[in-house]
Write a new protein. Sequence first.
Lengths: 154, 748
Amino acid sequence: MEVSMSVNGDTQTSDVEPRTLLVHHIRDTLGLTGTNIGCDTSSCGACTIHVNGESVKSCTMLAVQADGTEITTIEGLAGDDGELHPMQAAFMECHGLQCGYCTPGMVMAASSLVAENPEGLDETAVRQGLEGNLCRCTGYHNIVKAVLAVGDTA
Amino acid sequence: MSVGQSPLRHDAAAKTDGSIEYAGDTVPAGALQAVVVFSGRAHARMLLMSTDSALAVPGVVDIITAADAPVNEYGLTMRDQPALVGVDHTGAAAVDAAVSRWEADQIAVVIAETRAAATAGAAAIEVEWEDLPLVDNIDAALAPKAPLVHPENGLDTNAYHHLRIRKGDPDFGFALAYAVIDEVYEVPHQEHAYLQPEAGTAYIDNEGRVTIEIGGQWTSEDREQVAHVLGLPEDRVRIIYKAIGGAFGGKEDMSIQIALGLAAMRLAERGEHRPIHCRWSREESIVGHHKRHRGRIRIRLGATHDGTITALEADVDLDAGAYNYTSNKVLGNAHVSVAGAYRIPHARIDSRAIYTTTVPGGAFRGFGGPQGHFAIESAVNRLAAELGIDPVEMRLRNALVDGDDGITQTVMPEGVSMREVITACSLQAELDEALPDPEPFSPIASLPSATTSLRRGRGFAAGFKNIGFSFGFPERCEAEIVLNGNPNDETPTSAELFHGGAEVGQGAHLAMRQMASDATGVSLDDVHGHFSDTATSGDPGSASASRLTFMAGNSILGAAEEAEKAWREGDRPARGFFRYTPPPTEALDPETGTGAPNFCYGYMAQCIEVTVDVDTGHIRVDRVTSTHDVGKAINPALVRGQIEGAVVQAHGYAISEDLQLADGFITNPRFSSYLIPGIGDIPLQVDSQILEFADPLGPFGARGVAEMPFITYTPALTAAVHDATGLWFNTFPLTPSRVLGGLQAAEE
Ligand code: FES
Ligand code: FES
């Protein structure tokens, strides 16, 4: 089936098997390997991207369901000049990553969490908002710090 | 000076913008896909295997079986495992290659144009099995006339590795005791759950080497094991580590490396030169790799009125599962740590690793330390309670100090800081202040917060962990440094560091660059690292056992000195190579356990505050104080990251992670049913307290830290739960149902 979607600002049209998951389409067909796969049960959030501005686990959607949508992956989050998105910069500066495998999904989930809460976030809201994203390395404290560093001043 | 500072990780930008390449990200165009086929039998003898129908599946290119393995055996410390189980094998193996001893013994590698075709091919392989009796737990394995899992080793028992300690006269010691506790502790499996499942790509490189791009923990050891099975000299195999999505001990043993290596070698021989890619699903990962050992520890501990320990007896039984992996080494650590960091005049300890037909036990952060410490620290807390002595005071009374003999009857390596660490932790945790009233909490957001059913408690534990592989293992670590500059430059303008040490997320490569910067005087930005490729870097030893900072640092200091010598002699560029070997360690005497097994320890203490909801059984950890003598924090932010990460991993071990086995099969190999902590589950506050009592052998004084914050968490937590509820739990995870069950049983 032919699907067409805007991915990080570029229109991408491809022929996909109807059963292809969006995450596989992004990684294998489009070659955007920043979006990771950590589980088979929609539990980990490593595959989180933005679909029409909202964070979505891309393993829970078929590629055909994304037809006509606007998709942003971690590769498309930085500005055109390559300047990191504030959330990316905050994860770096607050040591919010170790192996980094969860990081793209965390950053995508956190950036939409902040965008959805323009009045600002507190620690409890960050913990609730990122409940669907697992990290096995950091113990999460630095991730909370990174999100608050951006979310507090939003 | 860079050491002691916390510069940003050089890999942080690539990890936040998605450009970093994990093993398996770079699938070259046209690569073939491989699926590793598991036996699906806990214990069975293969009678027949046919790949004819599988080879006829459209898209299937080839199938690798036992017949393709020149040497069909492997293992990190003992070669007791067939690379591929099969009837039609080369016979060059010490182990019976026709027997599956756990559900994930590998029987074939199906290579196809697509993953779907490979999966279909795997399903079309026909196998006939003769079931053998299950030996699915240690009681079954130890029963009289139990079937032997490895009859080929010539032993008449499944308890294939036995360590002893005989010190003083335990009967006399117990006779001196005023109080004695005698308890049995059960420790569960734990799954590593690194977020990246196993993935890799294999090909023949332009020098004709079988090359495997993968994530692991020890390049040279991976190479050795792959080369052994492939029947190749080691220099015909090349291992390259791409970015690694976590490891924690779970990538120390082989998973898909041998399968990939065999496939690349055989396909090339048959004229097929496309690269071969393999990635495991989460389910394949959980079923297919080893776990933290489950086991049972019986302990008797006696002390006088004032809390002075007089005697210890312990029996440590670890379930090694189907193959040894590193069980013999893990057992050694459990064996020594079950005595804690205490002076114990009289002791008998017997520790056994026991084969069963279940998932192998192996390396996992702490490496036997968590099991041993759960038993001894729980026993000390219990004995203190029985004697009415403060648990901190009890520990201070018995803690080892410099000059003391350890439980193995040799003097402790210099730099014993157990007392200082205990004292610092107890002060930081403000133990003299009463706990405030509980804050309401509702573990499930839709429920109203509980208020009247909440109980608060506080628990303490302390301990130690050796740095390195120990027990006589020939430890080594190699580094090369190249100093660049012009002939008349006084000092080098830049430096290249070549090192094999694995970056598994901990920040090792940054710490190594920092140490290289200080060692050469070249600014950090101008120290360039070239890491983890056996074609360019030497033997690093493993990124495990809390050893890498210590070992790599010493190798870097040596290499820098060599390079500087060459620089002074006018070499441009100036090269220095160094192989660091720490003081030798000793295997323990088989009868008495006497010996000097270790050259360095890190010491730790933890205090945990909890709130328990006695109506629902939920536990909230309000505060953790985690105190560590790291010798020298090369990068304090990275050290804190290790502490915070290990604490949360230990929190999962203690509270929620519950691997289920039935008839030798893992029944919950999914993140939806094997629950690692999420961001909402973690301790509300973690105070990392870093102490720096320099280790005399450590680079810049550094010891290690990666495992220590894991090791004492569970006994500190169960002590806190006891403080809150009056109940001692001798097993875990303390899921709500287990806590509630305990509370209800106590009421009846
Ligand atoms: S891969 Fe999508 S949630 Fe785990
Ligand atoms: S940094 Fe490794 S999983 Fe989060």
